[in-house]
Design a protein around this ligand. Structure first.
Ligand code: DGL
Length: 267
């Protein structure tokens, strides 16, 4: 029997996580939930994000899944405890999974404002490397650009140069893409980051962590195809999301609108 995993994010960002999973695994089905009615998460308060995480995990309880993949660093940073406490299936998250990829001791993190304020990446890195130096840089501009589909490359390049410049002042050896939206504009980072600085995408670690659930065969056997058995759900604007999926993943699936609000709780 194929395992069924559930990924969730505020919008398109989790598609970069889904891509990484598809590059390593083929034998699974999935449900992808994008909370498009409330994107971006990165500027929301910790209690709002924790409330949203609770609603999502409660909704997922009825979706017949074998695992939850937290494909959003912001909820990962601020509400992983809630997701784990209320889930009755294993939870896989980006921040824990990033550990196996991090070898350097001087690191920069690019993430949303909420993720940076939570210091979740710094705390994680310090938990296995006390002497590590970590500098976190909030980049609030990229998610709205990516969600709007208005990818003005020159403007994004200019903004990326500004944020990267702040990291470069700190003599770092690696940069973590600490928001799942950012790998979607990876070519711009590849262009601007000098080759001696490694770019780390935590989704690669997450795909490896899923070996324990999905098994792992020789990668050369895979064609990184997106499984046909994937249900896409959004909380608003299914048409916009559907065209975004074809832009980012070159597939044209049906997108369902669902409601999460009925299961809210205040944290
Ligand atoms: N893609 C999510 C993350 O990894 C959320 C971004 C947002 O909605 O601001 O943080």
């Amino acid at each position: 029997m194929k395992k069924r995993i559930a990924l969730f994010d505020s919008g398109f960002g989790g598609l970069s996580v889904l891509q990484s999973i598809c590059e390593r695994h083929s034998n699974f089905s999935a449900i992808y939930l994008a909370d498009t009615a409330r994107v971006p998460y990165g500027s929301k308060s910790p209690s709002e994000i924790r409330g949203i995480a609770f609603e999502i995990v409660k909704w997922l309880e009825f979706q017949e899944i074998d695992a939850i993949v937290v494909a959003c660093n912001t909820t990962n940073s601020l509400a992983l405890d809630i997701i784990k406490d209320f889930s009755n299936v294993p939870v896989f998250d980006l921040i824990d999974a990033s550990q196996q990829l991090i070898k350097e001791s001087r690191l920069g993190v690019l993430a949303t404002v909420s993720t940076v304020c939570s210091r979740a990446y710094t705390n994680k890195i310090k938990s296995f490397n006390k002497s590590a130096f970590v500098v976190e840089e909030a980049c609030p501009e990229f998610v709205p650009f990516i969600e709007s589909g208005q990818l003005n490359e020159n403007l994004i390049r200019e903004i990326a140069s500004f944020h990267l410049g702040k990291l470069f002042q700190n003599d770092i050896d690696a940069i973590i893409l600490g928001c799942s939206h950012f790998p979607l504009i990876r070519p711009i980072f590849n262009e601007l980051v000098p080759s001696h600085i490694r770019i780390i995408d935590p989704a690669i670690g997450l795909a490896i962590s899923l070996d324990s659930l999905l098994g792992h065969l020789d990668c050369s056997l895979y064609s990184s195809k997106v499984p046909f058995d994937i249900r896409f759900c959004v909380t608003s604007d299914s048409q916009r999301f559907s065209s975004g999926i074809s832009q980012w993943m070159r597939i044209n699936p049906k997108v369902d609108i669902i409601s999460l609000r009925s299961r809210s709780c205040v944290f």
